[in-house]
Each structure stands twice: as structure tokens, then as C-alpha cells.
Design a protein around this ligand. Structure first.
Ligand SMILES: Cc1cc2nc3c(=O)[nH]c(=O)nc-3n(C[C@H](O)[C@H](O)[C@H](O)COP(=O)(O)OP(=O)(O)OC[C@H]3O[C@@H](n4cnc5c(N)ncnc54)[C@H](O)[C@@H]3O)c2cc1C
Length: 749
């Protein structure tokens, strides 16, 4: 099958292969000869020296980023503040927010740690604010006195100023005209730029249109300002697909292909008119397959035939990076064109790890150790260099060792370029240009207002503040150069070390206590198609009726039609009667004693068995939630997973609270086995909008605590006769419920 108008089959590669398998291969090829290593050491050391000799360290920004790294409370508060100050329209709310956020950090103590100007600027602004909001504290020195006199509005202005300083460090200009003017050299050749119009993750069609227009007018302005040098020595523009469509996600593939592809082609044609470098940025891993579909369709458009400026970015932290390069090569080969390929390490690492955990995937799509990313970067670089001239490699990095290794592999100064971000890597690339003037490097220059800065700034702050980041470590004179020169292959050593020891697999996130429910990554075509096929196969209508002590109640069945389509028959239902409800409670009363004396381990095992059954029959329940509840696929799958997690969670909690030391006497002399007994019969009335997850949560909590349960889903928002009748009984049972709550099973009462 071909992707729409693409000449190649869709991209396929294992989404999250085993790190150890990959490491075994990468380690074999990742070591170079001793003579090569010697030259790499020499080059990298010179670059590190340049970074360290840079007195003002780019205006102190690195110091500030270390000081307020996002891993600190203060850094986080600063970011939340930035967000608030950018978005809160009225001053009073902004001031309240400042007071609230600054109360959470310890900014005052940041004042004296660094002498760099920017650190002082923000520590001053923030430290001062912290004092203003703690009127009980005796202010020391001028800053404190000033703060008292000026008050929060002045702090607001100072904090805004600190944010503005940070913004102007990373952004070349607020408009493309300003950026083009600032990018002009004082003398000599114009440097290569790739302009990036800030803005991503469009939320509405209006956002997407705004971003499209800003790309279009930027291309026009860049093109008009460009001189007549040929590609690749021409300016460029980088675009984010997520800025061009409000639903840039796998589940909206149909819309994306019909609406976003024409927009991308339109922009690419405009770039072609000026022969610019037009690069599609790489975003989150779950968007990779969709991105490549879009890129392939646009790249193959007849109107772009023969043009060599189109490019894409590849992230080396992704395990599929080499496969992406092969795919790009396949496209370029099929169309007999050149493609520009920017190799980066990847800017969304934290997000990728979190998302895979939240999705309960088998493994991560990205590496969990930085040295693996570095190793893969070099493998990708080797591949790219071998595919020249069909692919034009653009090595984007601020890491002196990576730069030196690439230089060793290239063995010349042409046929590729380096890239850096504006506001980063300046000293390194200045030294490189002095040492090898023939080398080309391009600066990626964000352009836009501070309102659109936040997402970009957060990535830069995470990158610069991380203790694994080269720029953060290289700027720290206390770290020996030898440490910075350690080769990724030596750091990893053996495939067994390929995974980070403190980052468990997503499925094992809660182990040893319980398994995480298994999810499906919609961005992985094969997994999504598998789920969809299983849901489609669920065609047998459901016959629902009350279940009392394992026996299905007979009665008059009525047909249930889906609220989303008259043509979908969900099945039949025998509605519960008041007699059924009474019978259920009687049965619960009768069964309570033996259940309450059932061993904790047995109860837990039963709940875990239920979780496993739900997981095995996942497609059935997803189909049911979609058909009967009208839920989206994402919501329906999340609800089934939540129900599974509830079963396992309460089983684990029960084991933890009651399962240990069962023979130890309790405070009143009774044994734990006795204290463990349930309190009686619980009723669980779950709402119509989460018929599976909340139902399961209520029931499993009460069951695990040793209670018997009568349960119903109230589809009439509290007005169903059974719910009403049972609620009337709660008065009698609520004492037990409250006691139970104190013992940790709040969900049951
Ligand atoms: C010109 C340019 C364009 C860019 N375009 C993009 C783009 O389109 N898409 C994008 O995602 N990024 C993009 N980036 C950002 C880029 O990904 C980061 O700047 C880059 O990762 C930093 O790498 P480094 O070699 O400079 O630094 P290093 O410090 O050597 O590497 C840091 C990187 O290592 C990786 N890493 C850190 N910890 C771990 C870990 N525990 N396990 C695995 N990997 C880890 C992460 O990728 C992190 O960013 C671009 C960068 C430049 C310079």
C-alpha cells in the first residue's frame, strides 16, 4: 500500500524495541580506532576550552539556568509565574498569583550564589518578591527595603523583566523583520539561519491559520532578504506540523492528510520560490508515523519536483531514528531528489518517558540513558554521511564531543553543515569557525512574541538545567575535561547497562506492588489497527441483566440502541426491579460473613483475576463503552484501564494494609485477621458517565476491605428507583462507612 500520493510504502519500524538489543549493535560499531580517538580528544578539548574561556558565559544565562533549573522548586515556580504573567490579563490577578507562587520557593537564598548578571537580575526580582510576601520577615539590606517600599506591582514588573531577558536570550526577534535585521552581520558573509516562527500545538483552527499566515509571511520576508548564494548556503525556515493543524494526532489522520498536507505543500511551494531550506521539525514520538505520512505526501507533490530544499529533522533519542533516515533516503531515491536531514538528539525526553508510562506501553520509544542517545547519534551520523549526496546532513548539537566525533567521521569540511540554537553554543561554534573557516554552520533562530515563547523556553530550560546536559556540565569548571570526553560506548560498556536502572519499564511502574494496566499507543499504526480490528470484531449484541450471587435474573428484555447511531444495537437489557434490589441486599447480607473471613490474599487474588480478565477482554469493554456510552476511543480505553488499575490498586492496598503480620494482636487485643473483617453490606451507586471505572472502583474497594456489596449504575442521575431506595438505607450503614473511610477505603463509603 502506498501512502496517499507518496511513492513509498508507509513508514514502519518497531515502536519501542529492547534497549539491550539495540545496544549490542551500537556498541559493535560505536568504537573508533585509537588514532581517531586521539584526534577527537584534541578537537573536543579545544572546543571545551573555548566554552570555559568565555567569560561572560553568554550574559550569565547558563548560571541562571543552573540556579533556577526546572528540577528545583524555584525554577518550577518561575515557569508557572512566567505562564501567569504572559496570560493573566489583569494586574490584580497577576499579583495574587505572584504572591501564591513565590510563597512556594526559597528565592531569597538565591541572592548571593552567583555573581553573573542575569542570575542576580532574576534572583533579585524573585528574592525581592519573596520578601514582599513575607511581611513578618526583617528585610536585610537594600533589596529588602526596596521591596517593602515598592510592593508587588513593582515585583510584577521586575519579574516580567527577568522573563523578558530570558526570552530575548533565546529569541532572535519578536517579528521576522526584527530577526532579519538582528541576524545581519556587522561585516563579512551573512551567516546561515533557519528561522523558526514560535508557536506549536495549535488548539483551534484559528490558531492553525494564524501560524500558517505567520510562516507564509516569514518565508516571503526571508526570501526577499536572501542573497543569491545557492542551496545549501541559503537561509531557511523550520515548521512544526502541530502548529498547522489543531488535531495533529494519529486518530485524526484522515483530517490531517486532507487538511494539513495541502497547507504544508503551500508553504513548501512558497519556500521553493526563493529556494530556501524548508525543514519540518521533529516533535513527539507518537506523531512520527503521521509526520512521515504528511512529509512523504508533501515531498512527493509534483509542484516541488526537482527542488532540493525540503528537509526533515530526525531525533537520535528515538529508537527508530535510523529507520527514519532510511525512509527519507527511500523517498529521495524514489523521486530522484535531495533531501536535507537535520540530526538532533531530541527535545521532548521528559514528555516521552511520562507519556509511555501513562500509556502503560511495553517499552519506551526513546532511550533512557543519555549515553545511548549519544551512541545512536553517532550511528545515525555515520548512516547519513554514507547516504550523501542524496541526503544532506545537518548536525545540530552543542556538544563538543559530538561535534568532534562527527568531524572525525566526515573527514572534510564540505557536503554537510552543523547547526546550533540561537542563544546556545556560541563559544563552541565561534572557536570552530576560527579553527576551520571552511566549515558551515547554521543558527536556528526562534522568532515571535513572548506570548508564544513558553513551550520553547520550557524545553530550553529543561535542556540547560539537566545535569546530563553537555552545556550545563561544560560550563561548570569543577567538572574535569576528561569526564566530558568519556565516550558513550565506554559509559554504556555492555548491553546490560543500556537501560537506566532507575527508570522502570512503563508496565512495571508500580512494581513490585502491582502491574500498570496495558495501554495502546495510537501513534503506532500497527497497535492502533490491532485494537480497532478487535473492537470491530465485537459484534455480538450484549444481553445484560441483574446478577445476584452469580445468577442472572430473568425478565422482560428491552432493546438498547446506541445514542451515537440508531443503527448500532448495543443489545438487550432486563431492568432491575425493586425486588431484585432487595434480593441482592439479602444475598449480600447472607454472604457477608464468609467473605469477610476470606483471607486477604485470596480477596486480592480474586480482584487481580478480575483485572486480568478485563485486560483480556479489553476490546469488548471498549466497544461497549463506545456504543452504549458514546465515548471516544481514547476515553473508552482510558476507562477500561482505570477499571483494571482500580482492581489491582485495591488488591495491592489491601495486601499492604492488612496482608502483613496477620497474627499480630491489634490495639484492642483482637488479631489483625479479626480487625480485617468487613463492616457489613455496602451499596455502590456509580454514575452513568463512568459506568465501568467508577463502578469498579467503588465495588473493589469495598470488597477488598471484606464487605459484601450491592451495586448499580444510576443512569438517571440520582433518580433511579433502586438508587433512591438504597440511598434511603445509607443512614443505617453510614456509621460503618465512616469507620471504613478512616481505615483507608474512602471510595467505598
Ligand atoms: C538547530 C537545532 C534544531 C533543533 N530541532 C529540533 C527538532 O526539530 N526536534 C527536537 O526534538 N529537537 C530539536 N532540537 C533540540 C535538540 O534536540 C536539543 O538541543 C539537543 O538534544 C541537545 O543536544 P546536544 O547534543 O546539544 O546536548 P547533549 O547535552 O549532548 O544532549 C542532550 C540530549 O540528550 C538526550 N538525553 C538527555 N538525557 C537522556 C536520557 N536519560 N536518556 C536518553 N537521552 C537523553 C536528550 O535528547 C537531550 O536533549 C534542535 C536543536 C538544534 C541545535
Amino acid at each position: 500500500m502506498m501512502t496517499e500520493s507518496s511513492p513509498c510504502p508507509p513508514f514502519t519500524a518497531a515502536y519501542a524495541p529492547d534497549d539491550r538489543v539495540m545496544a549490542a549493535r551500537l556498541l559493535e560499531t560505536g568504537r573508533l580506532r585509537p588514532d581517531q580517538d586521539g584526534r577527537i580528544d584534541h578537537t573536543a578539548t579545544r572546543l571545551i576550552d573555548a566554552i570555559r574561556a568565555n567569560d561572560d558565559r553568554l550574559g550569565g544565562i547558563e548560571d541562571m539556568l543552573r540556579e533556577f533549573a526546572l528540577s528545583t522548586k524555584e525554577g518550577l515556580a518561575l515557569m508557572v509565574l512566567a505562564e501567569a504573567l504572559l496570560r493573566v490579563p489583569d494586574a490584580r490577578t497577576a499579583d495574587q498569583f505572584i504572591e501564591d507562587k513565590l510563597g512556594q520557593g526559597d528565592f531569597v537564598h538565591h541572592e548571593t550564589k552567583s555573581s553573573a548578571f542575569l542570575v542576580n537580575a532574576s534572583a533579585w526580582a524573585l528574592g525581592m518578591s519573596a520578601r514582599v510576601i513575607q511581611p513578618g520577615e526583617t528585610p536585610e539590606g537594600t533589596i529588602g527595603r526596596l521591596a517593602k517600599r515598592l510592593g508587588v506591582p513593582a515585583v510584577r514588573a521586575a519579574t516580567r523583566q527577568a522573563m523578558r531577558l530570558m526570552g530575548s536570550h533565546f529569541v532572535l526577534g519578536e517579528t521576522i523583520e526584527a530577526a532579519l535585521a538582528r541576524g545581519q552581520p556587522q561585516s563579512g558573509r551573512a551567516p546561515r539561519y533557519s528561522f523558526d516562527m514560535l508557536g506549536e500545538g495549535a488548539r483551534t483552527a484559528t490558531d492553525a491559520e494564524r501560524y500558517f499566515n505567520s510562516y507564509a509571511s516569514a518565508i516571503e520576508a526571508i526570501g526577499r532578504a536572501a542573497d543569491d548564494r545557492p542551496l545549501p548556503d541559503r537561509p531557511g525556515i523550520s515548521v512544526k506540523l502541530s502548529a498547522l493543524h489543531p488535531r495533529f494526532e494519529a486518530l485524526s489522520r484522515g483530517h490531517v492528510m486532507t487538511e494539513l498536507v495541502p497547507r504544508l505543500i503551500d508553504l513548501a511551494r512558497r519556500a521553493r520560490a526563493y529556494d530556501l531550506n524548508f525543514t519540518v521539525d521533529a516533535e513527539e514520538a507518537d506523531r512520527l508515523e503521521l509526520s512521515l505520512d504528511v512529509i512523504a505526501a508533501a515531498f512527493s507533490d509534483a509542484s516541488l519536483a526537482g527542488w532540493n530544499g525540503f528537509g526533515l529533522a530526525v531525533q537520535a533519542y528515538q529508537k527508530r531514528a535510523e529507520a527514519v533516515i532510511d525512509y527519507a533516503d527511500g523517498l529521495a531515491r524514489a523521486l530522484d531528489r535531495r533531501m536535507m536531514v537535520r540530526l538532533v538528539k531530541g527535545a521532548y525526553w521528559d514528555t516521552e518517558i511520562k507519556r509511555a508510562q501513562e500509556r502503560g506501553l511495553d517499552d519506551y520509544p526513546v532511550f533512557s540513558r543519555k549515553a545511548m542517545t549519544d551512541l545512536n547519534y553517532i550511528a545515525c551520523a555515520q548512516k547519513l554521511l554514507g547516504l550523501r549526496p542524496r541526503l544532506f546532513p545537518q548536525f545540530a548539537t552543542h556538544n563538543a564531543l559530538t561535534v568532534a566525533t562527527v568531524l572525525e567521521l566526515v573527514g572534510g569540511d564540505s557536503g554537510f553543515e552543523f547547526q546550533r540554537l540561537h542563544g546556545m553554543g556560541e563559544a563552541l561554534y565561534t572557536r570552530l569557525s576560527e579553527d576551520r573557516p571552511a566549515l558551515a554552520y547554521r543558527t536556528y533562530a526562534p522568532v515571535g512574541s513572548h506570548r508564544d515563547l513558553l513551550a520553547y523556553l520550557v524545553r530550553r530550560l529543561l535542556e540547560n538545567g539537566a545535569n546530563s546536559s553537555f552545556v550545563a556540565v561544560a560550563a561548570d569548571d569543577a567538572v574535569p575535561v576528561a569526564t566530558l570526553l568519556r565516550r558513550p560506548a565506554d559509559i554504556i560498556g555492555s548491553p546490560d547497562n543500556a537501560r537506566h536502572p532507575n527508570i522502570p519499564l512503563p508496565r512495571d511502574l508500580y512494581q513490585p506492588r502491582r502491574a500498570n494496566s496495558h495501554g495502546v499507543e495510537f501513534g503506532e499504526r500497527a497497535a492502533l489497527n490491532g485494537l480497532l480490528a478487535a473492537i470491530t470484531a465485537e459484534t455480538t449484541p450484549v444481553a445484560a441483566a441483574s446478577l445476584i450471587n452469580g445468577k442472572t435474573k430473568a425478565g422482560t428484555a428491552r432493546q438498547l440502541v446506541s445514542p451515537i447511531s440508531d443503527t448500532i444495537v448495543v443489545g438487550t437489557v432486563v431492568d432491575a426491579t425493586q425486588e431484585d434490589a432487595n434480593e441482592a441486599i439479602s444475598a449480600a447480607r447472607a454472604g457477608f460473613k464468609s467473605w469477610s473471613r476470606t483471607e486477604v490474599q485470596t480477596r486480592a487474588a480474586i480482584l487481580e483475576g478480575a483485572a486480568n480478565l478485563l485486560e483480556q477482554r479489553r476490546a469488548h469493554f471498549v466497544a461497549l463503552l463506545q456504543h452504549e456510552g458514546g465515548k471516544t476511543l481514547d476515553d473508552a480505553l482510558s476507562e477500561v484501564r482505570e477499571a483494571i488499575d482500580f482492581c489491582r490498586y485495591y488488591a495491592a492496598e489491601g495486601r499492604k494494609l492488612f496482608g502483613e503480620g496477620e497474627t499480630m494482636p491489634g490495639p484492642t487485643g483482637e488479631s489483625n485477621v479479626l480487625r480485617l473483617r468487613g463492616r457489613g453490606v455496602f451499596i455502590a451507586i456509580s454514575p452513568w458517565n463512568f459506568p465501568l471505572a467508577i463502578f469498579a472502583g467503588q465495588v473493589t474497594a469495598a470488597l477488598m476491605a471484606g464487605n459484601a456489596v450491592g451495586a448499580t449504575v444510576d443512569r438517571l442521575r440520582g433518580r433511579s428507583p433502586i438508587a433512591r431506595g438504597w440511598r434511603a438505607d445509607i443512614g443505617a450503614a453510614s456509621g460503618a462507612g465512616r469507620r471504613q473511610t478512616r481505615r483507608g477505603f474512602g471510595g467505598a463509603s
